[in-house]
Design a protein around this ligand. Sequence first.
Ligand SMILES: [Zn+2]
Length: 340
Amino acid sequence: MTKDYYKILEVSEFCSEQDIKAAYRKLARKLHPDVAGNSEENVRRFKDLNEAYQALSNKAKRADYDTARRYYNYSSTTKKRESVNNATNPGFESKRKDEEHVAQAYSKEGLRFSWEEILSKYRQHSKQTAKNTSTSTQPKRGNDIHTDVEISFAEALSGTTKVINMLQTHICPKCGGRKFANGTVCNICNGKGEISEYRKFSVKIPAGVKDNSKIRLSGEGEKGLNGGANGDLYIIVHIKAPLDYKTEGLNILKNVSIAPYEAVLGTNLKVKTPNGDVTVKITPNTLNGQKIRLSGCGIETNSKVGDMILTIEIQIPKNLTQEEVDLYKRLRDSANSKSY
Ligand SMILES: [Zn+2]
């Protein structure tokens, strides 16, 4: 803090906005290089004047500057102010430490910082202090925990219950992570600041669960501190070899692809269902979009079971061989003599 803008503007730090404007206008006329000359000294003073005016003519900037100026000047006046403030302001002690800390950092000889730098340092420091003091008393919600569980396709369709055994680590509730309590090593966490324990969870996974679904176990995450709520535990469900299927109530909907010749001539298809692989007969002259119902192959609950509904998609083959193209040409030539 090498520049005192109030001194530069020749005003008191308690002056009004109008005083600052008036002082600036007066000095700007006097110090303008056109009037005062172009010497290095004059140019510097004129620049300083403008810098001072920029900082003090804006209310917010002036408040910032005042803060920085106060803390910068603090060390020389600490003793005097301490006796006054300690008696009247109970929060003064921690504030005083902030001021001292910043003042010490910046009053070292030879260090020349801009007031913005001092201010930002002060803010950083007081934010940190606020954080440190708040963790000791304010309620803090525990963190959420995420874990994964893998189930089979059949389990996904019918629903299942999985037991998850997981190691949970959370901040020690007694010492709040500070490792010491009442002046001795914390006897709950043995000075580790955190506690790890295995916990078993029985997780009910509903029928028809989708791959990557999240199941939330409310309040089973990390423990809150100082009366804060516990975090939640999220179980992410992964379905082994997830198939391309949708569900609609208890029914499973699935698209199956067949080649044009299979649609015309009929074929047998192997389809995965919750009951295992099923061979499905595709009759000759099956149409695109035609549906085939596999009764009882859907989602099963305690009392009911749905169906699997297949939708036929006739796929046009890609990358035909010359032989195949020739066969299609023969097909086209013979088709020209028929009507569909
Ligand atoms: Zn502890």
